[in-house]
Structures are given as structure tokens and as C-alpha cells.
Write a protein that binds this ligand. Structure first.
Ligand code: GUN
Length: 284
């Protein structure tokens, strides 16, 4: 492998240390930071992600609460769970783990979250703030990717970022963020997706390529400009094995690359902690 590894676990550890200090400072003022999670159903990966978020909270001194609802929960019961967290003064921030089981209306659930407690930055008010360039919680995975590239001195400003995928949690908000005039962004952005005919040709033009499609091995070495930075943000599962959108061969061509494990995932969770402590600081 010739590419430099973009070590998300290392950077996330530093961010957790920063969050620990901020949580302790609030504790000194008598304020406890509380983060809630709502998980619907028994999807194995989602349950594991939520468990990791609680472990992170414990590490940094954030008190966490969890609501686990059955996969056949009604829309009304799910929104009632959100309403309980909205009303709970011990919860500064919370999330509803996505994706939801079929039959539940994701958009209505996201709207039911109090925007001030929206640790995901996915409430329409907060997505609107992102579009406007106004302060607010940023979606965690896009924010984590920007931080990871910046901390590793990967040139992004003025460069061409190609994002594969237009999903709500990664591709769409990342495209907005990367195009903004702010540190570590300010890039030309192309979004490619399943509706694009010659995806490979566009991806080959990227100085930075972010794969967020959730299709294992989608990005191969022949699609990457030599020396480009490649971020694997999309995931899929083969049993309990986490698969990356980025094929292993890419490491021979890329200048920088995220590892299959310990790249974007820890950064997403670190940004969640940062959004939670920010929500508590704002409320105090
Ligand atoms: N599932 C995959 N990514 C995310 C995320 O960023 N937030 C939530 N709530 N669920 C997810």
C-alpha cells in the first residue's frame, strides 16, 4: 500500500479528550450533559452503532439514555418517544437511529425532534441552517469527514471533491458543506449517484473522492486519479463483517485513504459527542 492512512480512530480520540474537558467544565457549573438514543427494531448493525455511541458517552462523562422500541411500533408511539426526550430536561440532545423499519415515516420522525436537541443535524430547521450557512449542528458524518481531511493536511480548498451518493445522512449534506466558504471546504463539488451514466469518468476527476453509496467494492483503483484522497463512508454488511464501498486495490493508487475500520465511523461518533456538548453549552 502506498497511500497514507487517514486514521479516524486517532483523531476521534483527540476529539473525545476535548469533549471530556468541556463536559467536565459544565459539570463544574452543575450541568450534566445528557444524550438520548431511540432504536427501532432489531437490526444488528444499528444496535451495534447505538451501543458504541453509549460507550463513547460513558468515556467522556456524558450521561446517556436509551429507548428501544419494537420493529412493529406505530408512527404515533415512535413520535411519542421523541416527545418524551423533547420534554426531558436531563436530555440535551438525542437521535433516532436510521434507517427505520419499513412502514415508518422517517421525515415525520425527524421533524418531531426538537431542533435544539437534534444531535444529528438532520431536522429540517438545521438542514436549512446548513443551506443558509447559519450556525447549527452539522450532520455528524459530513462534519467528521471534513475534520479528518483537514487534520491530515489533505488539500481540499479550491480542489475538486467528488461525492458518490446523495443520501440524507452523508452525500447531500456533505455536498453543501464542502462547497461552503469555510476552512477545510471551499471546494468544487460533484455529486454522482445511480442515475449518472458514466460515474467512473467523473470520479476519476476527483482530487478527493468520498464514497457514500453503501455498495461494497464500488470504487476500484481504475476510477481513482493517482494521488487523490479517498474516503470510504458508505458501509454494508456481510453477516457481521463491515464492508467498505472502497475496494482494497485503491490503496495502491490513492495518496490518502481511510482504513476499512477506524476511518469515518469513529469520526461520526466523535462529532455526535461534540454536537451533544454544544447543545448543552447552548442551553446553559
Ligand atoms: N444511521 C446511519 N448514519 C446515521 C446518522 O448519522 N444518524 C442517525 N440517526 N442514524 C444513522
Amino acid at each position: 500500500m502506498t497511500a497514507t492512512l487517514l486514521d479516524g480512530e486517532l483523531l476521534a480520540g483527540k476529539i473525545r479528550a476535548e469533549v471530556t474537558d468541556r463536559v467536565a467544565r459544565l459539570a463544574g457549573e452543575g450541568i450534566t450533559v445528557g444524550l438520548g438514543t431511540i432504536l427501532v427494531g432489531d437490526d444488528g448493525p444499528s444496535a451495534r452503532y447505538v451501543a458504541m455511541k453509549h460507550a463513547d458517552c460513558a468515556e467522556v462523562g456524558i450521561v446517556s439514555a436509551h429507548e428501544h422500541l419494537p420493529s412493529d411500533v406505530s408512527q404515533r408511539e415512535l413520535e411519542a418517544a421523541a416527545a418524551r426526550f423533547n420534554a426531558d430536561p436531563a436530555i440535551n440532545a438525542y437521535l433516532v437511529q436510521l434507517p427505520l423499519p419499513p412502514g415508518l415515516d422517517e421525515e415525520r420522525v425527524l421533524i418531531s425532534v426538537d431542533p435544539d436537541k437534534d444531535v444529528d443535524g438532520l431536522h429540517p430547521v438545521n438542514l436549512g441552517r446548513l443551506v443558509m450557512g447559519a450556525p447549527g449542528p452539522l450532520p455528524c458524518t459530513p462534519a467528521g469527514i471534513v475534520e479528518l481531511l483537514y487534520a491530515n493536511d489533505v488539500p481540499v480548498e479550491g480542489k475538486h471533491v467528488v461525492i458518490i451518493g446523495r443520501g440524507l445522512t452523508i452525500g447531500r449534506p456533505l455536498a453543501l458543506l464542502m462547497a461552503m466558504k469555510r476552512t477545510g471546504c471551499n471546494a468544487a463539488v460533484t455529486v454522482v449517484h445511480t442515475g449518472v451514466k458514466d460515474m467512473a469518468e467523473l470520479v476519476r476527476q476527483g482530487d478527493v473522492v468520498v464514497a457514500a453509496a453503501g455498495r461494497a467494492g464500488l470504487v476500484t483503483a481504475d476510477m481513482i486519479k493517482p494521488g487523490a484522497a479517498v474516503v470510504g463512508a458508505g458501509t454494508s454488511w456481510e453477516g457481521k463483517k463491515l464492508l467498505s464501498d472502497v475496494d482494497e486495490s485503491v490503496a495502491e493508487v490513492a495518496g490518502w485513504i481511510t482504513p476499512r475500520i477506524g476511518g469515518v465511523g469513529p469520526m461520526t461518533r466523535a462529532m455526535l459527542l461534540r454536537n451533544a456538548v454544544r447543545a448543552a453549552e447552548r442551553a446553559s
